[in-house]
Design a protein around this ligand. Structure first.
Ligand code: NDP
Ligand code: 8X3
Length: 251
């Protein structure tokens, strides 16, 4: 029987590419995000290949998160794989100039939102003594870079939550692992720079950044391993980057 994957942040970037790849490899998918128009378009495209359900909610809204999970149609209720991907950076400022709104957004979405979605889905995995959770962290959760401060803090938190989940859920046979990408060319920088596309584009100029499809392939590889294999923590850079905040073109 096909496995069902619940993917947050599936309206663009890494989540969207993962939805497409998993759909094309026989997984049923539940695609989530706030932009219903994008979810509808993706559902239309991927329904030709597999079973697709859409859930539109803001991960910050805990009631909406629990409602979406509680009201899944019967054929989508059993979730085999949770991909905690929704998240973004908001701003890139020195700590003394950081915006409280940006800080709230990053901690509420990247950390608390991930926890709410996990809390809604983990009980059924515990009950069945099976399941697989993939947390999308970042190299920003391994190394702090200038002006990364609170975004890095949010991803360090994801790293800690990933480790905690793996330990606590181990007795239930649930696999938990993080994927920590370096620079991936998505809408990430457009969000970070509040729609300033010109500034966002410069982040990916002069070298070949990772593509969303590269991370999707890694996620597919991780979820396709036999159940006795748990890939706990995987860090991936574009070849042009060896550490956070530094590209070979700048050296
Ligand atoms: P995108 O901006 O392309 O995608 C972000 C996704 O998150 C969108 O689908 C968006 O959907 C969703 N999202 C954002 N805020 C919320 C919210 N409040 N509620 C529900 N969904 C939300 O960026 P990426 O694909 O690059 O980012 C995906 C993940 O990868 C993030 O966790 C990011 O931190 C991480 N990452 C990204 C890297 C990069 O360089 N791009 C590198 C390392 C990690 P919608 O707006 O429709 O709600
Ligand atoms: C996104 C990668 O280096 O912009 O998490 O923080 S970075």
């Amino acid at each position: 029987m096909s496995k069902t994957a619940f993917i947050t942040g599936a309206t663009s970037g890494i989540g969207e590419a993962t939805a497409k790849l998993l759909a094309n490899n026989g997984f049923n998918i539940i695609i989530c995000g706030r932009r219903q128009d994008r979810l509808d378009a993706l559902q239309k495209e991927l329904s030709k290949t597999t079973n697709v359900h859409t859930c539109s909610f803001d991960v910050r809204d805990k009631d909406a998160v629990f409602q979406a999970v509680d009201h899944l149609p019967e054929n989508f209720k059993k979730i085999d794989i949770l991909i905690n991907n929704a998240g973004n950076a908001h701003g890139l400022d020195p700590i003394q100039k950081g915006s409280l709104l940006d800080w709230d957004a990053m901690l509420d979405i990247n950390v608390k939102g991930l926890l709410y979605v996990s809390k809604a889905i983990i009980p059924q995995m515990v009950e069945r003594n099976e399941g697989h959770i993939i947390n999308i962290g970042s190299i920003a959760g391994k190394e702090v870079y200038p002006n990364g401060n609170v975004y890095c803090a949010s991803k360090y938190a994801v790293d800690a939550i990933n480790q905690g989940m793996r330990i606590d859920l181990n007795a239930h046979g649930i696999r938990v692992g993080a994927i920590n990408p370096g620079l991936v060319e998505t809408e990430f920088s457009e969000v970070r720079f509040k729609g300033d596309k010109k500034r966002a584009d410069t982040v990916y100029k002069g070298y070949k950044a990772l593509q969303a499809e590269d991370i999707a392939k890694i996620i597919h590889f991780v979820v396709s391993m036999p159940t006795h294999v748990n890939i706990a923590d995987l860090t991936v850079y574009p070849t042009a980057q060896a550490t956070a905040g530094i590209l070979n073109k700048d050296l």
